[in-house]
Design a protein around this ligand. Structure first.
Ligand code: BGC
Ligand code: IFM
Length: 812
């Protein structure tokens, strides 16, 4: 069952009912000011850091769902009132629609012959959310209505805001000047930032104290002020400051009126600190407000935003016979890659914005699906990440975006982390041809006195693996590798100690076949890069280490029909046919094959067949099988999850992509694409009542076959799934692959396809690539012409002339 439809021409998903199976959200802003907005206008805003600079308040896990705060509008008409986005008043509407687009959301609702449309967006280079509200009288009688706005301020530090009430109920301060409500509560930083909510019209009244507006025992659905149709003009003094305007609007039949509301954030550099207590420098807010004094200015900014997204998305576009594939590749997957690049795992409807900052492994992987969009931002991020690396090549697992410093509480020792940095650097150079990034002096642990060129950082990443191997010569897993919940060192836990902070105490240590697979896959890339920059000695050394590791994998990491997952701290096999539960895990299968293990001797094919048989379901591949049904102290958190959920045999969409890639590596395009369609959101749209999450973005996990709610997704938006699935489809399956010296074309597609076209903007050139499949094969390029001339090999050279070039590729 569907709850809306894709409007591909507008790059929108159109939701036709407010009661979607779960709130279906969108993100506004892509630079420094960010907002989450649901299809009924719930959500919140923050500046740079969802924990430390939360601008509006939101209650997670609220009852009812998605009524925990938002930017709310209410219409009052002669004793009746409603919200044009349905929530929070939740009065029935005669018409409702929500259009989630690229960086904007448009919600409209009609009742009592009043049609209201609100467009929410964050203009480019602007620290604020703009709401254009259009109210129309569609009836034949004159209307005198009131429009109430509402937002609730968060007292900046979102964690403190939800916990430290003894303090916070005393600190709230506001100021009202004309139609602008300023939020000037200090946080401990002492007046170096404030926020405001304005409207470009005279107001009849306002409120800035929550209780005065809502009533002590009312809710967002029936604020006493709205019910009475009259503001209280309350000025908050402690408690919970809010901002609400009341506009009296008179509308002749057919008449439309337009208003611009702005929720803005202002940062004052130190030297501009507020002159004295209670006096804020309003100039910056006034300038921001002046920028959007009317609807025309707003429309212009919306056009600029659309042009910006058209530009970004034009870097990779496909024309194929499959609409679902086209909309995933051309629009939504790339859009989600931008969002995950910006926010890592910090703020979504499943991530509270206070739990996690930017993850080292997460952000490095997010870069893979994003860096073709804005390579300069990718470059900056790579340096930020590498600056939190430690001298031994290990890394802080997370850092806080506002400070960019490694998080000491979480620390490091997730032994996959360092390798992902190499992969991100390699991908960046292949996309841009910019080798100078390798020379950038980059600190360790943010200490400038310890800065060395980035090339040295990736060398240390590589060496971190070979310096930390266990009894079989396989890499030590550390606290956990990519699978956070496979905690193989947990048996040595002392009472009161958290499993995640322990390491083995008796000298034996768990080893990861997954990291070994990553090492051969990514280590080979490291060697190639070294060769490319003329460091043959380092390339040779790296190649030797990689081939040694490959041998170790085949000797100690292969279980006969598939790859093992690990050795636990007792030296026992994890992910082996010998085990009763958890006989096979997905991660090592994908990565070992991507690293080239088992290709020549048929073991890769055998492995992939076992993956299909044991992990395959109609909704995607589960992570492990059989699921754990009881707690195993030697496995840790993974076995605490009920069977079929999360890392315990859930369908973890991130690692499904590695199997697609592995299938492509062995040339089985049919299988690769089949797996792609099992989890790609556009294909799940048809059964949204089961899947429940947004049909335009990936979710981290779908409940697996052992779960009570098989097929139901959770944790949409912020997941490495976005970038890895984009890599899988755009590079491994459709076969358009950036290489150091040009763009390689090497598809692995369903044999039934006749062909498709891809337009790729690569290093300034516009490559129009037509792929033809006359003999109905899955892989193998038999002929390639560039601008009419046949070339040998399958790499389109870099022209560097910024012109259009026609590429024709014949498979067979
Ligand atoms: C979850 C993982 C997540 C981790 C983050 C675990 O509880 O299952 O998916 O990555 O927490 O700390
Ligand atoms: O690899 C992790 C990631 O860092 C956060 N989400 C879950 C993944 C698997 O455990």
């Amino acid at each position: 069952m569907k709850y809306g439809f894709f409007d591909d021409a507008k790059k929108e998903y159109v939701i036709t009912t407010p009661t979607t199976p779960y709130p279906w959200i969108n993100y506004l802003g892509s630079q420094e000011f960010f907002s989450l907005i649901s299809n009924t206008a719930g959500g919140y805003s923050f500046y740079k850091d969802a924990k430390l600079r939360r601008i509006t308040r939101f209650r997670y896990n609220n009852v009812p769902l998605d009524l925990g705060g938002g930017r709310y509008y209410y219409l009052y008409d002669n004793g009746d009132f409603w919200s044009p986005g349905w929530a929070p008043a939740r009065k029935e509407l005669d018409r409702y629609e929500c259009r989630h687009g690229m960086g904007y959301t448009k919600i409209s609702g009609k009742r009592n012959d009043i049609e209201t449309e609100v467009t929410f967006f964050v203009p480019l280079n602007y620290n604020g959310e703009v709401h254009k509200v259009v109210v129309k009288n569609t009836g034949d009688k004159k209307k005198e209505v009131k429009l109430f706005s509402f937002i609730e301020w968060c007292l900046w530090n979102a964690q403190d805001d939800q916990t430290n009430f003894q303090r916070n109920f005393n600190t709230g301060e506001v100021e009202i000047k004309g139609s602008v409500i300023y939020h000037k509560t200090e946080y401990k930083e002492r007046r170096d930032h404030y926020a405001f909510f304005s409207v470009n019209a005279p107001i009849e009244g306002f409120d800035s104290d929550r209780e005065s507006f809502i009533g002590t025992y009312n809710g967002f659905e029936n604020p006493q002020v709205v019910a009475a149709g009259k503001s209280n003009n309350s000025v908050a003094d402690g408690w919970s400051p809010i901002a609400s305007h009341c506009l009296a609007i008179s509308l002749e039949p057919g008449e439309t009126k337009e208003f611009v509301f702005i929720l803005g954030y202002v940062e004052n550099p130190l030297e501009e600190k507020w002159e004295s207590k209670n006096v804020i420098n309003k100039k910056k807010a006034e300038d921001m407000i002046a920028k959007f004094s009317d609807g025309a200015a707003v429309d212009k900014a919306l056009d600029e935003l659309a042009a910006y997204w058209d530009g970004l998305l034009s870097k990779y576009t496909i024309v194929s016979k499959d609409d679902k594939l086209n909309r995933m590749v051309n629009i939504w997957n790339q859009y989600q890659c931008m969002v995950t690049f910006n926010l890592s795992r910090s703020a979504s409807y499943f991530e509270s914005g206070i739990g996690r900052g930017m993850g080292f492994r997460d952000s490095n992987q997010d870069l893979l699906g994003f860096l073709h969009q804005i390579p300069d931002r990718a470059r900056e991020r790579i340096i930020d990440l590498a600056s939190t690396q430690l001298e031994d090549g290990g890394a802080y697992h997370q850092y806080q975006p506002l400070t960019k410093r490694g998080n000491d509480e979480i620390g490091g020792n997730f032994n996959d982390d360092p390798l992902w940095l190499i992969l991100a650097v390699v991908a960046y150079i292949k996309e841009t041809g910019d080798y100078t990034i390798l020379d950038v002096k980059t600190p360790f642990d943010n200490d400038e006195s310890k800065a060395t060129p980035l090339s040295d950082h990736i060398k240390r990443s590589f060496d971190h693996v070979i310096n930390n191997v266990g009894p079989h010569g396989l890499p030590l897993i550390g606290r956990a590798d990519w699978n956070d919940c496979l905690n193989l060192n947990c048996f040595s836990m002392e009472p009161g100690e958290s499993f995640q902070t322990t390491t083995s105490k008796d000298g034996r240590v768990a080893e990861s076949v997954m990291i070994a697979g990553m090492f051969v896959y990514i280590g080979k890339e490291y060697a190639k890069l070294m060769e490319k920059i003329g460091n043959q000695a380092e390339a040779d050394r790296a190649n030797k280490e990689v081939s040694k590791m490959k041998d170790i994998i085949m000797e100690h990491g292969f279980d006969g029909e598939w790859f093992l997952r690990a050795y636990d701290d007792f030296g026992k096999k994890v992910g082996s046919n010998e085990n009763e539960e958890g006989k096979i895990f997905i991660e090592s299968q994908g990565l070992c094959i991507m690293g080239g293990c088992g290709i020549e001797d048929g073991k890769a094919i055998k492995t992939l067949d076992a993956v299909e048989e044991r992990l395959g379901t109609k909704y995607g591949l589960v992570l492990n099988n059989p699921a754990f049904t009881k707690y195993y102290v030697e496995y840790g958190e993974i076995s605490t999850y009920p069977a079929g959920y999360k890392e315990n045999a859930g369908i973890f969409c991130h690692n499904n992509a590695w199997i697609m890639c592995a299938e492509a590596v062995v040339g089985r395009g049919d299988k690769a694409f089949d797996y792609y369609t099992r989890i790609a959101p556009a294909y799940t749209e048809e059964y949204s009542e089961i899947h429940r999450m947004e049909p335009y973005v990936y979710s981290q996990m779908v409940a697996g076959k052992d779960a009570g709610r098989f097929g139901e997704a959770k944790n949409s938006w912020l997941t490495g799934t976005a970038s890895w699935n984009f890599v899988a489809i755009s590079q491994f399956i459709l076969g358009i692959i950036p290489e150091y010296d040009g763009l390689m074309v090497n598809p692995a597609i369903p044999a039934s396809w006749d062909g498709y076209q891809v337009t790729r903007l690569f290093r300034g050139d516009i490559l129009k690539i037509t792929i033809k499949n006359p003999n109905h094969v899955s892989a193998g390029v038999s002929k390639m012409t560039v601008d009419g001339k046949e070339i040998s090999g399958n790499i389109v050279p870099v022209f560097g002339d910024g012109m259009e070039h026609e590429v024709e590729v014949i498979l067979g």
